[in-house]
Write a protein that binds this ligand. Structure first.
Ligand code: SF4
Length: 455
């Protein structure tokens, strides 16, 4: 019998990359990927804990899949990702209906064992004896970061996510990541570079380096940095330089940095030739008092100066950010500080989020979630409207200019992909352009779309 799986991924790019690794494991067990949960024998929800709404979707999914079990009693429903990671006392698990497996991300190395226990018909594999692992080392599976040694089933040949670290030590007071993913662990430099070189040989053009604080990367094996490396202090800047040397890689993207580690070397690395013309730099609030309560370790002025410094070093760079509205005790004046800062920094894009308490965090224990839901919504719309206005105006400036676009998709005569400034761009073309970087002269610009003709 051909068993089938379906993975549903919520949340960030790190989760997407983790799902790619799980896909590898399941394919090696002989399972076939299907497009809908209804067709699957194994359904895995890779959860996100960033907000209540993200966890609500897991509860809803579990309820729906429990109904499928009536007609398919052997159906296995699993939940992994941030939710089991942070749910040490299993309070959330108790609210989930009929979930068979509930495991933190790093435990995906045990997935073959766990599945075979539930259904002995599954093909049991030992990951260390397959070609799934990216190095030949003798591995003691089960250690937290070793799941990163599983070679992912990449979403396509020309783009790949490369995690360089997991976890975080910063404990911003609102954030569940340090509880869900544990303390910061950096991946060996040699593993990272080997993975990228192998990808480049197979035609990969764009890589996205991932970490909770990518620019806090510390190489465990610095001896693998080249002697010619342009940088000497910051390991992340050094890593960017190394990746720039990899033949075949044409675009480098990274997410997410922390403002306090944007030192001179990292800012300089934004000018390396393969670096895309975009930086996502989360600020969360424009109020010094709110930033202090969030434990962000910098104030409003520091951030505004940093943006000025970055723009001076790399004029024309597009900058995006994350903002939380309605954090505990955020006053109207403090929210206005965020609005004013937004205008001053002139962000190209932002991802505003309405604050919601994450159980177990410092904010949950120490502060009151006292901004009403209606007021949070109002503030969210203020920022959203401001973003749309600024983004639309900024996009108009692309008209008549040429954008460098990596073509990701083709449908009905239209090619689509992101420009180096991370603007979705459409132009007429053919299927053979998918995976190629082309120059597009922009003739029309909307808030979320640039349109043009291939040069
Ligand atoms: S830096 Fe703060 S927001 Fe980012 S993952 Fe760490 S604790 Fe969470």
């Amino acid at each position: 019998m051909q068993y089938k799986y379906n993975i549903i991924t919520f949340g960030c790019q790190m989760n997407k990359n983790d799902s790619e690794r799980m896909e590898s494991v399941l394919c090696n067990m002989g399972l076939e990927k299907v497009g809908t949960p209804e067709e699957a024998d194994v359904i895995i929800m890779n959860s996100c804990s960033v907000r209540d709404s993200a966890e609500d979707r897991i509860f809803g999914g579990a309820r729906n899949f429990a109904k499928l079990k009536k007609n398919k009693p052997n159906l296995i429903v699993a939940v992994t990702g941030c939710m089991p990671g942070r749910d040490k006392d299993k309070k959330l698990f108790k609210k989930l209906q009929k979930v068979d497996l509930y495991f933190p991300t790093a435990d995906m190395v045990k997935l073959p064992d766990m599945l075979c226990k539930l259904n002995p018909d599954f093909r049991k594999i030992n990951l260390a004896s397959t070609n799934l692992l990216s190095t030949d080392d003798k591995l003691v599976l089960g250690l937290d970061s070793e799941y990163l040694k599983i070679t992912p089933k990449y979403k396509n040949d020309f783009q790949a996510f490369i995690p360089i670290q997991t976890g975080c030590d910063h404990f911003c007071t609102y954030c569940a990541v340090p509880y869900a993913r544990g303390r910061e662990k950096n991946r060996p430099l040699q593993d990272i570079l080997e993975e990228i070189k192998k990808l480049a040989k197979n035609g990969c053009k764009e890589i996205t380096l991932l970490g909770e604080i990518v620019n806090h990367y510390v190489a465990l094996d610095p001896e693998f940095f080249s002697k010619e490396n342009k940088y000497s202090k910051n390991d992340f800047a050094k890593l960017l330089w190394e990746v720039n040397q990899v033949e075949g890689i044409e675009r480098i993207h990274w997410t997410g940095p922390h403002p306090i580690y944007m030192d001179d070397e990292v800012i300089d690395a934004l000018t390396l030739p393969k670096q895309i013309n975009f930086l996502h730099l989360p600020v969360q609030s424009g109020s010094t008092e709110v930033l202090r309560k969030m434990n962000r370790k910098h104030d409003r002025e520091f951030f505004i100066d940093l943006i000025k410094k970055i723009k001076a070093k790399k004029p024309g760079i597009s900058i995006g950010t994350d903002i939380i509205v309605g954090f505990c005790g955020e006053s109207l004046k403090e929210f206005q500080d965020t609005v004013d800062m937004y205008k001053e920094c002139d962000f190209d894009i932002s991802y505003p989020a309405k604050y919601s308490t994450r159980s177990g965090t410092v904010a949950d224990k120490a502060f009151k979630d006292d901004v009403s839901i209606e007021e949070k919504k109002r503030r969210w719309f203020v920022l959203q409207d401001l973003m749309k206005e600024i983004t639309y105006k900024k996009n108009q400036k692309f008209i008549g200019k040429t954008a460098s676009v990596l073509v990701e998709r083709y449908k009905d005569g239209i090619c689509a992909g992101n420009s180096s400034e991370m603007r979705l761009t459409h132009f007429s073309g053919d299927k053979s352009l998918v995976g190629k970087i082309v120059e597009v002269k922009i003739k029309k610009a909307d808030t979320w779309l640039l349109e043009g003709d291939m040069v």
